[in-house]
Structures are given as structure tokens and as C-alpha cells.
Design a protein around this ligand. Structure first.
Ligand SMILES: Cc1cc2nc3c(=O)[nH]c(=O)nc-3n(C[C@H](O)[C@H](O)[C@H](O)COP(=O)(O)OP(=O)(O)OC[C@H]3O[C@@H](n4cnc5c(N)ncnc54)[C@H](O)[C@@H]3O)c2cc1C
Ligand code: FES
Length: 357
């Protein structure tokens, strides 16, 4: 089971005015736990005046960089991102769970593929990790990045991308789309919408040639891009998503069936396996399995509680549950019985879930 480990901040610097890049060194003995796959993220926990917050940040380093690095963009009024940008310094210790997430595709040095990445703002972090690793480990493959930002001054990793273009001559193409700054080519100004993608695919990107697309950014942008990719013939299996924040509230209350009362019909006996031990609890069907586990002092893993990060993933081994939101699990995982426990409520009177599988 994933647990928090100490990491030392070994470097911290600004990539733009409102974002820092933080290099981290796992405490001795934890190095192996932090071996990562390109595109994965770390979930940190930090105490703010007695309240523990958990926040996820994607690793922006490539597999061959020999360092663990995350990029944190300040969100106006945001607790963790503000702390990282204003207070965090070299020598501090952060606590994080080992890398998680499935925003990647297996690489093979023999393949000759064309990858297409879309990133919006801080959504560049996992895409940068993926493109660096891919260009280094698949020498015959190419990568096209469409990178959306408000203006030139908010482009994270601008110089690093230029360096990568020079390092991998002809194999990395970067198209910057800027919301408010005018560019020589009109098409490159404005928002990345389904219509703009359609125009890009007509004259700048040969979509028939693209094998896999990665999308990370604000949800409306992601939906528009995915719709354009599908409209131009890409299959769902070729499109990979990473959502940073959900536009939905994410903690939808389960619908209460008319006639429901606080009787035993609304209660479930739920067996929860965590770290090799099973505890059976009686819980209301209107609270999530994750909250029920936490209320019973079980140290179940979680980060966003919004169905986005998959940290709370477990597998249903008995009974049925309703998952009200899922922005993280792939269809094949759901078919195998995996659920996001922060979004799942018992439907049957007996349920068993396993966090260890
Ligand atoms: C898988 C994953 C990967 C991610 N990777 C990255 C990454 O690489 N880089 C990155 O920068 N981000 C990333 N994120 C987003 C990140 O986890 C945080 O969501 C983000 O940094 C904001 O957290 P925060 O604590 O700073 O803001 P929060 O404190 O959560 O605040 C968020 C917003 O809500 C408002 N708010 C807070 N409390 C209240 C309140 N009580 N009432 C009303 N409004 C309120 C704040 O003003 C702010 O606008 C990722 C998210 C996920 C799920
Ligand atoms: S805690 Fe993030 S998906 Fe459940």
C-alpha cells in the first residue's frame, strides 16, 4: 500500500513568475519507491494550521534526467501552490506518496511513431515528462506539442522546450497557442477549441499520421480536443487524458431513492481490506466507501476526493457499488472491478473492497 515518505527539496527555481520547479530527493531507503514512469504524479500532504491538505503534482522530469522534479503553478488563493511558490525552500522536507497514474503508453526503441501532445498551462508537466522520455527512448519517433497559454510570459519550460527541439532536431515540433498575445499566424492566437483543432488538423498536423495523443489541461479544453480528434478518426484507445481539476463539484451526493429512511435498508456491511488486514464496518449507503474507511480510523489512501487522481483506487470483490464520477480510471480497470472509493457508494447490503489489489 502506498504510504507517505520524506523527500528533501534539493533545488527550487522559478520557471515563470507564478510557477516553481522543485527537485526532490527521497530519504535514504525510499529511493526505489520513487522510481517512476513518465507522466505519473506525486501526491503531497502538508499541514496548514492543523488541517492536513493533500495535493497532487505531476512529475515533469524525463526518465533519464536522473532527478525527481515537479512543477507547481500558483493558483490564485491556493493553499499548497501558494506555499510552494512563496515559502518552500531548499533543505525543506516534503511528504509524498510514491508515483501514481497511468497517463503514459509503453515505449519501444524500435517503434517509429508520431505522438501528439496537447497541454494547457501547468498541464505541460506530465506532457513534458512524456515527450522527453519518448524522444530519448524511441529515437525513430516524433512528437508534436500543441501548448496553450494565456501569453508568452506564462509559458512554463519555454527554454527547456527550445533546448529539446535543438537536441532532437526535426523530431520535436512545438506549436504555441496564446490566448491573448498576437502571433504572426492568426490561427495560433485564441483558445484551443474543437474548431481550432479542426483548423490545425487541416493545415498543420496530419492527424492520420498520429498514433497516440496525450491531453492535459482544463476540462473544457480537453473535451474540445478529444471531440476534434475523434471527429478526425482517432479511436478512444489512442487518446490519453490527465485531468488536473474537475469542473464538476466532484463530491456529488448520491441520489436518495424515494421512500428511503434511515433504516437498515440504507446501511451496508462493508468489508475493507487494507495492508493485508480486513475490517468489516456498517456504513450508510449515502457516504462514500473512502469516507467510511477514514471515519473508522483506517488509513485509506486519497488525495483529490474528486474522482480525478485515482489515489483512492480499490477493487470490489463482493457486492455492487455505484461510482458517481470517474475522471481517472480506464474502462478496462472498471471492467475488472476497480473503483474510485471517494466516488463510490454501496448499492447492495454486503460489499467487500480491497485496496491491496
Ligand atoms: C493528477 C493531478 C496532477 C496535477 N499536477 C499538477 C501539476 O503538475 N502542476 C500544478 O500546478 N498543478 C497540478 N495539479 C493541480 C494541483 O493538485 C492543485 O489542485 C492546485 O495546485 C491547487 O491547489 P492549492 O492547494 O494551491 O489550491 P486550493 O487551496 O485547493 O484552492 C483552489 C482554488 O479554490 C479556491 N478556494 C480554496 N478554498 C476555498 C474556500 N473555502 N471557498 C472558496 N474558494 C476556495 C482558491 O482560492 C483557489 O482558487 C494536479 C492535479 C491532479 C489531480
Ligand atoms: S482521491 Fe482522487 S480520485 Fe479519489
Amino acid at each position: 500500500m502506498a504510504r507517505f515518505h520524506d523527500l528533501e527539496v534539493t533545488d527550487i527555481h522559478k520557471t515563470i513568475r507564478d510557477a516553481v520547479v522543485v527537485a526532490l530527493k527521497p530519504a535514504p531507503g525510499s529511493e526505489e519507491a520513487f522510481a517512476f514512469t513518465q507522466g505519473q504524479y506525486l501526491t503531497f500532504r502538508h499541514d496548514f494550521d492543523g488541517e492536513e491538505l493533500r495535493r497532487s503534482y505531476s512529475i515533469c522530469a524525463g526518465l533519464d534526467d536522473g532527478v525527481l522534479r515537479v512543477g507547481i503553478k500558483r493558483v490564485e488563493g491556493g493553499a499548497f501552490s501558494g506555499f510552494a511558490n512563496e515559502v518552500l525552500k531548499v533543505g525543506d522536507t516534503l511528504q509524498a506518496m510514491p508515483p501514481m497514474g497511468s497517463f503514459h503508453t509503453p515505449l519501444d526503441g524500435e517503434l517509429q511513431r508520431h505522438y501528439l501532445g496537447f497541454a494547457g498551462g501547468s498541464g505541460i508537466t506530465p506532457v513534458l515528462s512524456i515527450l522527453k522520455t519518448t524522444l530519448a527512448r524511441e529515437p525513430k519517433s516524433r512528437f508534436t506539442l500543441v501548448y496553450a497559454n494565456r501569453g508568452v510570459s506564462t509559458i512554463m519550460f519555454r527554454e527547456e522546450l527550445e533546448d529539446l527541439k535543438n537536441l532532437h532536431m526535426g523530431r520535436l515540433n512545438v506549436i504555441h497557442i496564446l490566448e491573448s498575445d498576437a502571433q504572426e499566424i492568426d490561427l495560433f492566437t485564441g483558445l484551443v477549441t474543437q474548431e481550432k483543432c479542426g483548423e490545425l488538423f487541416r493545415s498543420w498536423i496530419d492527424i492520420e499520421d498520429v498514433d497516440i495523443a496525450f491531453i492535459c489541461g482544463p476540462e473544457p479544453m480537453m473535451l474540445g480536443i478529444a471531440a476534434a480528434l475523434r471527429a478526425h478518426g482517432m479511436e478512444d484507445a489512442q487518446i490519453k487524458f490527465e485531468l488536473f481539476a474537475s469542473a464538476q463539484p466532484g463530491r456529488l451526493k448520491r441520489k436518495v431513492t424515494p421512500g428511503d429512511t434511515a433504516s437498515s435498508a440504507n446501511q451496508a456491511s462493508t468489508a475493507i481490506t487494507l495492508d493485508g488486514a480486513t475490517q468489516t464496518i456498517t456504513m450508510g449507503k449515502d457516504i462514500s466507501i473512502l469516507d467510511a474507511a477514514l471515519q473508522n480510523a483506517m488509513d485509506a489512501p486519497f488525495a483529490c476526493k474528486a474522482g480525478v487522481c485515482s489515489t483512492c483506487r480499490c477493487r470490489v470483490t463482493e457486492g455492487e457499488v455505484e461510482m458517481v464520477a470517474n475522471h481517472a480510471l480506464e474502462d478496462y480497470e472498471v471492467e475488472k472491478g476497480y473503483i474510485l472509493s471517494c466516488q463510490s457508494y454501496p448499492l447492495t447490503d454486503r460489499v467487500a473492497v480491497d485496496y491491496d489489489q
